[in-house]
Design a protein around this ligand. Structure first.
Ligand code: NAD
Length: 254
């Protein structure tokens, strides 16, 4: 029996990096997973790779920051699986490292729309369905950047600090429904989002310095974040609620 046997799960940002690793792990642990991403090709590739692990994975192209799309992905999960137990709102964009005073309003608006409003919409439209299924777990991917701001990535940091606040307020607002809401705050993880950073460091021969700011002295892998998401999705975390869990090699404690 897998650790998510019988669980019906939605994962957003499922086509790459942390979301992809989470879908594959959740499916291996027995979950039925609706994999949501706006990149249809990445979704198709992920589902084809996943056929080897034998899990039940359905691809659903959608924009995680668009309310109609969120309503549709929740409705699709209910119609395919007969209910819902877990939502992992993981889709996110970084916006790059633009100096603070050169950041356009459009950059702020788009990052907040995808990272923060997208997480809110997952809570807003997912919670009633989780409640109807007898409770469940909502997980959001925040970031160490939400715990420690970085001026160059100001809209990203603000969006992730907002996600942590959303998780805390949601955990309280949903008290009595049987729904737990938690955030994961990854440190530096090698994914599609951070690939340019890693490639530039490799080209300079400085890849050994990446991640040295944390006590473990290395970057993390998507699988190391997926392992925490698995814990939060499973009943093993039944008393964990309203938390922002840093999975960052210790960076946030330095
Ligand atoms: P990634 O770029 O590899 O994957 C993100 C996925 O989200 C992509 O497949 C992309 O197509 C999808 N996506 C983006 N916007 C979307 C939208 N509007 N609707 C639907 N799908 C959308 O990046 P990742 O590192 O795996 O990022 C996953 C989450 O982890 C993000 O929320 C990110 O902010 C967070 N995070 C990443 C790191 C890191 O170092 N990689 C650190 C902290 C937090």
């Amino acid at each position: 029996m897998g650790r998510l046997a019988g669980k019906r799960v939605i994962v957003t940002g499922a086509g790459s990096g942390i979301g992809r690793a989470s879908v594959l792990l959740f499916a291996r642990e027995g979950a039925s997973v609706l994999a949501v991403d706006r990149d249809e090709d990445a979704l198709a590739e992920m589902v084809s790779d996943a056929s080897a692990c034998g899990g039940a994975i359905l691809a659903h192209p959608a924009d995680a920051g668009c309310e109609t799309d969120v309503q549709n992905y929740v409705a699709r999960a209910v119609s395919e699986f007969g209910g819902l137990d877990v939502i992992y709102a993981n889709a996110g964009i970084s916006g790059g490292l633009v100096p603070l005073l050169e950041q356009a309003v459009e950059l702020w608006t788009e990052i907040l729309r995808v990272n923060l409003v997208g997480a809110f919409l997952a809570v807003k439209h997912g919670a009633p369905v989780l409640k109807a299924s007898g409770g469940g777990s909502i997980i959001c991917t925040a970031s160490v950047a939400g715990l420690r701001a970085n001026a160059a990535g100001a809209p990203y940091s603000a969006s992730k600090a907002g996600v942590i606040s959303l998780v805390q307020t949601s955990a309280n607002a949903l008290a009595g429904t049987g729904i737990r809401v938690n955030a994961i705050c990854p440190g530096l993880i090698e994914t599609g989002m951070t690939r340019p950073l890693f490639e530039a460091a490799r080209a300079r021969g400085t890849e050994g310095r990446i991640g040295q700011l944390n006590p473990l002295g290395r970057a993390g892998s998507p699988d190391e974040i997926a392992a925490t998401a698995l814990f939060l999705a499973s009943d093993e975390s039944s008393y964990v609620n309203g938390q922002a869990i840093a999975v960052d090699g210790g960076l946030s404690s330095t």
